[in-house]
Design a protein around this ligand. Sequence first.
Ligand code: 6PG
Length: 250
Amino acid sequence: MQRRIKVLKDQLSLAREAAVEFTDLALKAVAERGVFTVALSGGSTPKVMYSLLADDIEFSSRLPWDRMHFFWGDERYVPLDSPESNFRMVHEALLSKVPVPVENVHRVKTELGPAADVAEDYQRVLEAFFAKERNGIPRFDLVLLGMGPDGHTASLFPGTSALAETERLVVANWVEKFQTYRITITLPVINNAAHVMFIVGGPDKAEMLSKVIGNQAESTAFPSQLVQPHDGELIWLVDRDAAKLLIDGQ
Ligand code: 6PG
């Protein structure tokens, strides 16, 4: 695994750098293979990045929209039009504004019924799309991730059953503290990606970031530390507030 860490001065620079990395990876994948596949995350900083991709001509004019396929790394178990919906957020910030063919948007269909059925359906979506992959596990060009102050990433929360998953690509993960299911891709999928990019900003993330990046001794204590792409690159984009304890500790 290769690892890169970049510290940006504030949240806007963080979102802009994420948009630059996203665009570079998309152009490279399309030049090499004609297609770019990305698993998107929810969260506040990615939202700013999605808006930049759509609204800033530096990005929107260069991105090969018809060759890009959008998936979700995790989704809240709520209706499509809920303010909580990650699909709705990405649709409003990005997809509704750019010429992406509708068949390139692969959302989690929370309206299908019980959470387990929704996860099963999304697993089939991934299997069908990535049918040609060698080991049966999708290899995304890019998996975008955020990190919570508790060390969760995607909807892999500390102490939840999804963390132990080794077979399934997608699960319905019960999250006790929210008393709800979340639909999430699993670690085997995340760790099979060509590039995994964390986007982490804000002072409330500083303590966890110093544990996750700085403290290898506790290397499997938090879900974010289990993200270790075995044949890919791990990119951490963080702002100064989040990196405060790392910088001070150096
Ligand atoms: C979600 C996410 C989740 C998120 C983190 C960080 O659906 O909420 O995918 O894992 O990335 O909670 O969120 P922020 O970037 O908003 O702090």
